[in-house]
Ligand binder design. Sequence first.
Ligand code: AMP
Ligand code: GLY
Length: 423
Amino acid sequence: MKILVIGSGGREHALVWKLRQSPRVTKIYCAPGNGGIAGEAECIAVDVKSLDSMVALANRIQPDLTVVGPELPLMLGVVDEFTRRGWRTFGPSQAAAQLETSKSFAKEFLQRHRIPTAHYAICDSPEQLPDALAHFHAPIVVKADGLAAGKGVVIAKSKDEASHAAAEMLSGRMLGEAGARVVLEEFLQGDELSFLVVSDGERVAPLVAAQDHKRVGDGDTGPNTGGMGAYTTPSIIDEKMRDWLVTHIARPVVAGMKAEGAEYKGVLYCGLMMTARGPMVLEFNCRFGDPETQPILMRLESDLVEAMEASIDGRTSDGDFKWSNDSAVCVVMASGGYPESYEAGKKISGLDVAANVNGVKVFHAGTSQHDNAFYTSGGRVLGVTARASGLQMALDRAYEACSMIGFEGAHYRKDIAARAPKK
Ligand code: AMP
Ligand code: GLY
């Protein structure tokens, strides 16, 4: 069986790594992929911003299954387009992907279906801001409606700051079209949890939960990033909580989407805040998380191809995933300056020795390869991921591997999993 993975980051490297383990897979392509992925898949150029480009590629290589990594192709309707042509594709339709691509859609959907989320208001123009803001206490969370690559959320310490941020978004200066509508939200406190499920449009099968680390600095300081690391342990949530999240969040979302005529297939990523009032939805993503996918897939012991086919064929079941009781950790090594501007093209050393650390897999996020060497080509460069029977051992392994890898300006967080439940 031939598989095409669309995307180019650490998540896609982990998907390629895991999908390749299926005995059914004979050939795997990644488009466009990256320097590290090229060691495990045939990388082919594609423009993920262009449906035509993706259609032309799939037409040429005729994959038996296409797996879409990032949200942009899903927003463009790549699953609708491929499915219409009879090509088997894992992921949600354009209409279903609105759960991620429009935050106002997601908030109104959550309210219609009584799924727990923060109080909110939606504004389409600066004139609506004073009335809307009157209902909130600071801090206030201001969110651009559309996709903004992690730059669409401002946590404002005062109403003035919230008003200013919202007005900037609405003006189009800050984020273009994505900010033409804003969502104001009550600020929630608690631990964040990434809870992902696979759905066939009706049933859901949960993945093991994970926690991301969004801020660039230790102790959750500094600006937001795409994610500086993640971990998953058997005790991150207990069975009772997992069942609650399936019953009160994941299943109602999937049932609600079906009832509204936009059946949700693929991975549904529920970004949750575990508050004193219970778990609440912060956001949805219509795809696997990055970097959560790296440690999650290291704990997966069953065949990912089978689970994806079950989603496409409408036969998802609880038994689709078998998990190891190990813990897994991913530490992201980033370019100097990231998430602000950074220089690419720095030579990376030590990858060979790091790969030999027991239980470690180094996923490439932003690398290129030439002249027998790897070079940095993005903000997030590597996801150094380790698995072990206990969290501390997984951390030791991941950080030992990080200490062996070097490139000019490299930085990474030293406190991944510091908030993990102590057991
Ligand atoms: P989002 O893109 O909606 O996930 O927001 C990005 C990040 O902003 C989240 O991961 C949270 O850390 C933070 N955030 C979003 N919404 C809220 C909220 N209502 N209360 C507190 N923090 C939030
Ligand atoms: N790790 C957060 C995301 O994938 O959006």
